[in-house]
Design a protein around this ligand. Structure first.
Ligand code: HDE
Length: 708
């Protein structure tokens, strides 16, 4: 490489490629998709600068001009190429799920499912299939915050040996509507209102709640959206559900109804509302950062991948229609079976190339999987290709590196925008003697795809079966399966949302409608928002049917977060302390990290502690809501800077029910009457560390004074 002399003046700002202190990821075993992507990776290091046509340029400081002070010239092809590219750097964002984060990973089969499906990713124990995931919020635009109250999209693309298999799911097991034809209405209602484009990424406004009360099939999902599930602590702590009923097909052609879900080994955990609002302002990227950092540090999140199955003969044995996407299959009805594990182990190299350009489609299936007549699923099978055609600029988006399968693609499709394949020869049609009858069609026995031959018998009609008309039984069963704290959070969420609804009639309609879920709940919400006492009958749309007694008996304790997994792994322990203190930070942080939690020291500056431990934050550049628990190390003579923020740190941690430990004199830090509350520790030294670590695993202590 030769370097022009005149460039030397810039050398004093040489910056390393990686930021200081960047952690190195654990080396992950190469997989087929990773190797495939390597082909497209660009390495600029040590290379001469070129235009897009490969021309080396000697300089890029000035555009070409007629005279040093003259106008720019049209013949400056480099200026034109650069600006032209810049002008076209944006593509349409996704209509829904615009904000997302992506990661690579692997699916490992842990149970041979060949009795039910011939899909090879599920039939060989130990087999690993590379995958890509994109986790998203639904309503906000691409630049919105990570933490609104919203469902999270959780889409998986398995790069199988039989082609790509996608599950584009959510972290909530049901959906707002039963038929795809209502989707545009639903999305228009939840998105910012069209006249003023307010509010961004929020359901707390009139049109959303108007839609809900006018479309009562939404009752169940609305309950989930108001629950803690919609404000997750971390994307590593959410469930994934394919929602729809799919079909497994085995090699004898026998079908079995199946639902997929994947559950995090870290448990499902949430924030409290006040906290999530503050996180939004303090770190709008908190959730994508959390996922990125965890993977970067080698703390790979793992999900148990599970199925629930119903034999075709039992299709009509339930109190709900098993094809209804507004219903779950409670585990008391249908056993959940773990069949594999998903591990996310590699961050993307380039957000746009991978996360933005990835194209999921529930219609991407492999032999052994098929669709059912779920009317919501049927509409999705059309929508995804259609939207991607526009978003990714033409019909060849399956050739984009992140989308292309790890197996060869052979057909006689040709041309179109961004065609990358060079198909040789004169044949561009199927069945040709010139082309030696290639590509040939694979037999079903050898893995050729054949659609499931479901018998269909019915009239062409615009209607839905009566079996889809009970909209409240599972909404009630869900509410009744939650803990008191979770119920209180739902009441508070409804109250918050309705307080933002301007039209009194809509507030009233909501409390009337949700009295059909639980009258006490609706009454409490009505009291909070100043609505009249709820009237259940007025709030019931006669297009629906009332739940039967039997349907109301159902319980789903599996969905209460009280019954989730609790462990310390990767939870953050903030250590608020004074940089002049001689405290033994080394031992404290080592003990915390031994428990797999993460210690983060917060001091006046980023200089190391006196005993040489890395300091992560300054007092005023981190907010206590960004820590999962807090230790305050009080020095004998605290500095003014230490005292300035310490009360806020203590109060916020206390108020959000998180573990709090004050080592030293707590007098000027936390009110005396709060010091004996659950999850609060005040001690002279750090000998009680084990107790604190237990508290960190518990995460929240709901039986403190006050409620959120
Ligand atoms: Fe989607 N959905 N959706 N959706 N959806 C899209 O496709 C659509 C539905 C889901 O990370 C779009 O490429 C219709 C249910 C996820 O790239 C679009 C209906 C579930 C993602 C679309 C639904 C989902 C999308 C927008 C009603 C949970 C993000 C951009 C029938 C099971 C995938 C795009 C990613 C994205 C249409 C309902 C999940 C417009 C018509 C139910 C996770 O095609």
């Amino acid at each position: 490489m030769t370097k022009k002399k005149s460039d030397d003046k810039h050398d004093f700002i040489k910056a390393p490629l990686e930021p200081e202190g960047a952690k190195k990821s654990k080396k992950v075993k190469d997989n087929a998709k990773q190797k495939d992507l390597e082909r497209n990776k660009v390495d600029n290091s040590g290379k001469a600068f070129t235009t897009n046509k490969g021309l080396k340029m000697a300089e890029e400081e000035f555009s070409l001009k007629a005279g040093k002070r003259g106008p720019s010239l049209l013949e400056d092809f480099h200026l034109r190429e650069k600006i032209m590219h810049f002008d076209h750097e944006r593509i349409p964002e996704r209509i829904v799920h615009a904000r997302g984060v992506g990661a690579h990973g692997v699916f490992k089969c842990t149970k041979d499912m060949s009795e039910y499906t011939k899909a090879t990713l599920f039939t060989e124990v130990g087999k690993e299939t590379p995958l890509f995931t994109r986790i998203s919020t639904v309503a906000g635009s691409r630049g919105s915050t990570d933490t609104p109250r919203d469902a999270r999209g959780f889409a998986l693309k398995f790069y199988t040996e039989e082609g790509n298999y996608d599950i584009a799911g959510n972290n909530i097991p049901v959906f707002f509507i039963q038929d795809a034809i209502k989707f545009p209405d639903f999305v228009h209602a939840v998105k910012p209102e069209p006249h003023n484009e307010i509010p961004q990424a929020q359901s707390a406004h009139d049109t959303f709640w108007d839609f809900i009360t006018r479309n009562q099939e939404s009752a169940h999902m609305a309950m989930w959206a108001m629950s803690d599930r919609a404000i997750p602590l971390s994307l590593r702590m959410i469930d994934g559900f394919a929602i729809h009923t799919f079909r497994f097909v085995n090699k004898d052609g026998k079908g079995t109804f199946v639902r997929f879900q994947w559950n995090p080994q870290l448990g499902v955990h949430s924030r409290v509302w006040d906290e999530t609002l503050k996180v939004s302002g303090n770190d709008p990227d908190s959730q994508r950062r959390d996922l990125y950092d965890a993977i970067d540090e080698g703390n790979y999140p793992v999900w148990d991948f599970c199925v629930q199955m119903i034999p075709e003969e039992k299709e009509f044995d339930f109190t709900y229609d098993i094809l209804d996407p507004t219903k779950v299959w409670p585990e008391e009805d249908v056993e959940k079976i773990k069949i594999g594990e998903i591990t996310l182990n590699r961050n993307v190299d380039n957000y746009f190339a991978e996360t933005e350009q990835v194209a999921f489609n529930p219609g991407n299936i492999v032999p052994g999987i098929d669709f059912t007549n779920d009317p919501l699923l049927q509409g999705r099978l059309f929508s995804y290709t259609d939207t991607q055609l526009l978003r990714l600029g033409g019909p060849n988006f399956a050739q984009i590196p992140i989308n292309r399968p790890i197996v060869g693609v052979h057909n006689n499709q040709r041309d179109g925008w961004h065609q990358h394949m060079i198909n040789k020869g004169p044949v561009a049609y199927q069945k040709s003697s010139i082309g030696d009858e290639s590509p040939y069609y694979e037999s079903v026995e050898n893995g050729g795809f054949e659609h499931y031959q479901e018998k269909i018998d019915g009239k062409v009609i615009k209607a839905r079966d009566d079996s889809f008309r009970d909209h409240f039984s599972q909404a009630t069963a869900f509410y009744n399966s939650l803990s008191d704290v979770e119920k209180e959070h739902i009441i508070n969420a409804f109250s918050f949302e309705l307080t933002k609804v301007q039209r009194k009639e809509i507030r009233q309609n909501v409390v009337d409608m949700f009295a059909n879920v639980d009258e006490d709940m609706a009454k409490a919400i009505a009291d909070n928002v100043g609505a009249d006492s709820p009237d259940k009958e007025r709030g019931f749309d006669p297009a629906g049917v009332k739940p039967t007694k039997e349907a109301l008996k159902v319980r789903m304790p599996e969905f209460s977060q009280e019954n989730t997994i609790f462990k310390t792994d990767t939870l953050k322990v903030g250590i608020y302390s004074d940089d002049e203190d001689d405290f033994d930070f080394k031992s404290l942080t080592e003990k915390i990290e031994k428990s797999k939690a993460k210690a983060e020291i917060i001091q006046k500056t980023l200089k190391e502690t006196k005993d040489g431990v890395r300091v992560d934050h300054r007092y005023d550049t981190v907010h206590p809501v960004l820590e999962d628990s807090l230790i305050i190390v009080v020095p004998e003579k605290p500095s003014d800077e230490f005292m300035k923020n310490v009360k806020e740190f203590a109060e916020e941690t206390y108020k959000h029910y998180k573990p709090l430990w004050i080592i030293g004199d707590a007098k000027d830090i936390l009110d005396k009457d709060k010091q004996d509350d659950p999850g609060v520790m005040v001690t002279k030294d750090m000998s009680d560390i084990d107790k604190f670590i237990e508290n960190v695993a518990k995460q929240r202590f709901w039986d403190r004074n006050g409620s959120i």
